[in-house]
Design a protein around this ligand. Sequence first.
Ligand SMILES: Nc1ncnc2c1ncn2[C@@H]1O[C@H](COP(=O)(O)OP(=O)(O)OP(=O)(O)O)[C@@H](O)[C@H]1O
Length: 357
Amino acid sequence: MAEIRLENVGHSYDDGATFALNPISLTWKDGNAVALLGPSGCGKTTLLNIISGLLTPSVGRVYFDGVDVTDLDTAKRNVAQVFQFPVLYDTMTVRQNLAFPLKNRNVAKDVIAARVEEIAELLGISKYLDIRPLKLRSDLQQLVSLGRGLVRKDVPAILFDEPLTVIDQNFKWTLRGRLKEMHNNTRHTLVYVTHDQTEALTFADEVVVLNKGDIVQTGTASDLFLTPQDEFVGFFIGSPGMNFLDGKVNDGAVIVGSTQIGSSAIANGNVRIGIRPEFLSLTSSGAGVAVKINRVEHRGGYKLVHADAAQGKFVAKLANDSALTAGQSAHLAFDPQRTYLFRDSKLCGTVDTKGAN
Ligand SMILES: Nc1ncnc2c1ncn2[C@@H]1O[C@H](COP(=O)(O)OP(=O)(O)OP(=O)(O)O)[C@@H](O)[C@H]1O
């Protein structure tokens, strides 16, 4: 396994007129599981293909364990890859498909046999080992594809491009758990592209959030959830995402409408106040910003309350025993320790409880 380092790597598909991936520098530690997360078109696959060698970057250099591999093709980089859809040989059985990457490298027969059994067990496909893959459902075929990616232990990295797209929703949970367990045991360097935040957050040690060709934040699941550095991350991570209300800072006081919600040392001026639906409270009487409830959504274990304040629309995630109903007025209170201030989309400060009313 290898440390992967990118130095000022960027890519343009139109000779520099626009960049699908703006130049970035980063280092992923040997043995880490990294997820590349972002909406469609943000540059995830471009970045993955640059690492695999399918794409030569327009600028910058790629290093595996300090060795410059920028000009090496995929085969020479020796990485394992799993794509969105199955890539298998139908002239071979599942067992032979799984064995192929090892056989190709002259691994001893008994070692291959044991490893194939181990991977099949991990993926729950042991009973299909002697069948040809095209006889299987597409999700089972994709499991075989995953197995082919996972079977070798001597690769610098395993690269996954949305590998669970065709897998049944319920089995995805199981499989993610098994992949995580496998990673804990083997500490392969894994790079995993997904647009699904649950997949990224449950799987990866480190999540890289991309938007419009830029890395907007890199962090653990809780970094991204609790301290988004950018409004995009606040909104993109979480279900529903972070709320943003218009506010201002005036001589240290953080104010929404006419309510002081706390204090902050940042300069006077307008701010966007970011707070997650989990950390808002709504009461039918008392202090706080005046709001009107629009809609109450029952979600089984909790309620989502959609409301309007003069400073913006927002959603609060409340316990099932909340008695608030659509059409009524309410008061919004903030958890200052979980409230963040943004300017020009970037995090610029936090809120102190001092002065809150
Ligand atoms: N071969 C190509 N030629 C021209 N433009 C491309 C090519 N591949 C990707 N792009 C463009 O580059 C940008 C980034 O695409 P990329 O596939 O890396 O994004 P992505 O985040 O992986 O999206 P998706 O989740 O939809 O695959 C997009 O605007 C896309 O249209």
